[in-house]
Design a protein around this ligand. Structure first.
Ligand SMILES: Cc1ncc(COP(=O)(O)O)c(C=O)c1O
Ligand SMILES: [Zn+2]
Length: 443
């Protein structure tokens, strides 16, 4: 059965939320009207639940989206703050969200990557959406900001998560700013940059002896146990709200392109949540008339050492078979991705694809992006740039079309990936003679 994993998690959650969720009298999450099941469409009241009580399918936020003309809505958005809250009318957050203590992520740079485009032979316009510019240097600040508002609305005071690294740091920082307690869980063997970023904000950080899928399983157990009672797990019981944060990437990309859809997007996949919500965001913009309706293609990117979705895509399957991850792209190392089947649907529906690159290609791509555009990406960015190159070479990505490639994290967090091959050109005594002898002089 396609969604068996979800069914097991759902059964646990439905049981647990009735006992461990704090009660809330009034929930103001702005235009969010209900939760609806992505499988059967059943609707539920807003609450800290993530699975359908009827069919165990995953829940997502359903909206009363703003009425009025597209021109009015565009103007309202453009007059908003230079962060994700400019899109508050399209997000599950209260109208006064910008006044609350949070990290105000988003409105990151969309870089026109002409040098990289020349190297890759792209003529239709190549852009890097550089989300390393967020407060904790990854796109996870976007999703955590939504989860934090949901946590406030439901009366949680502790934030938690299972994380491949970036999410743990984003939760720690957001909790510190908002005055919440945090206790986050990661695989014990992550990169030092990720561990330090997750610990420095003063919350509790727990390394689990196992991979991400073990951490996630552990958190699903904890949520149904008195030991985790009353905790808001941003990517478990707050997942429907958390996931909506990725829509802001779609909104920003289109607004930054002058309220236009790109033709092609290349998006990294761990759980697949980000990719599915980028698609949801693009669909909303079309529905609201904020962009002109035209076809776009979404391409998913994985590391070969953790490629359950690309393997299923290439085999023509709609079932994603779990894998044991082994790759330097640790932020994407989810062997059993919850949104995998939905990613397959979107890649196929839009005419995109899902591809993977090996670790050597990831390193080459990190250095290619750094050398051509001055952007130092984490391994997840090496995966998207590497996959973009591979897709162009395979004729699957059209170089004559406008293409946006996501860099979702900062290279300073994954220094080890390039440290060995990125060292000083020379080490010399502080003398002109020594410099001349090193062969680097202008004349
Ligand atoms: C840097 C980075 N990019 C992309 C992703 C993929 O996120 P998702 O689980 O939504 O597919 C992650 C997830 O941890 C990440 O850390
Ligand atoms: Zn259902």
């Amino acid at each position: 059965m396609r969604r068996k994993g979800l069914a097991i998690m759902a059964a646990q959650t439905v049981a647990s939320t009735s006992t461990s969720a704090p009660t809330s009298t009034s929930v103001d999450l702005g235009p969010a009207a209900a939760l609806s099941c992505r499988e059967c469409g059943q609707r539920f009241e807003l609450g800290p639940i993530f699975a359908c009580a009827e069919c165990f399918g995953p829940l997502e936020v359903a909206y009363d989206l703003p009425s009025g003309s597209p021109e009015e809505l565009r103007k309202r958005i453009e007059a908003g703050p230079a962060n994700i809250w400019r899109y508050a009318p399209l997000l599950p957050v209260p109208a006064d969200v910008a006044d609350k203590p949070n990290l105000n992520p988003g409105w990151t740079k969309l870089v026109k990557a002409d040098n990289l485009a020349r190297e890759l032979g792209v003529t239709g316009g190549l852009f890097i959406k550089d989300d390393s510019g967020n407060p904790t240097h990854s796109f996870k600040d976007r999703v955590v900001a939504q989860a934090l508002e949901a946590a406030r609305a439901f009366g949680f005071t502790t934030l938690s998560c299972s994380s491949t690294g970036n999410l743990a740091g984003a939760v720690g920082a957001a909790a510190a700013r908002a005055g919440f307690r945090s206790c986050v869980f990661i695989p014990h063997d992550l990169e030092q940059g990720k561990v330090v970023m997750a610990a420095v904000y003063g919350g509790e950080l727990v390394g689990i002896e196992g991979n991400y899928d073990d951490v996630n399983r552990f958190c699903s157990e904890l949520i149904g146990d008195p030991l985790g009672e009353g905790w808001g797990f941003v990517n478990v019981n707050l997942r429907p709200y958390y996931a909506e944060g990725s829509k802001t990437l779609a909104y920003e990309i289109c607004e930054q392109l002058g309220w236009q859809l790109p033709d092609q997007l290349v998006v990294p996949i761990a759980s697949g949540s980000q990719l599915t919500k980028i698609d949801k965001g693009l669909q909303e913009l079309i529905k609201l008339g904020l962009v002109e309706d035209k076809p776009y293609k979404i391409f998913g990117a994985q590391a070969e050492g953790c490629s359950p979705v690309s393997t299923a895509f290439k085999a023509g399957h709609d079932v994603v078979r779990p894998q044991k991850p082994n790759t330097i792209a640790k932020s994407l190392a989810i062997g059993n991705p919850a949104d995998g089947p939905y990613v397959l649907d979107i890649a196929r529906r839009t005419g995109g694809a899902v591809e993977d690159v090996n670790d050597e290609q990831v390193v080459d791509a990190i250095k290619l992006l750094a050398r051509t555009e001055g952007i130092f990406a984490e391994t997840a960015g090496g995966v998207t740039v590497g996959v973009t190159k591979k897709l162009i070479e395979a004729g699957l990505l059209d170089p004559a079309l406008t293409t946006v490639v996501l860099n979702t994290g900062d290279g300073l967090k994954t220094l080890d990936a390039v440290a060995e091959t990125s060292q000083a050109t020379a080490v010399i005594r502080p003398s002109l003679a020594a410099f001349r002898d090193a062969g680097l002089a202008a004349h």
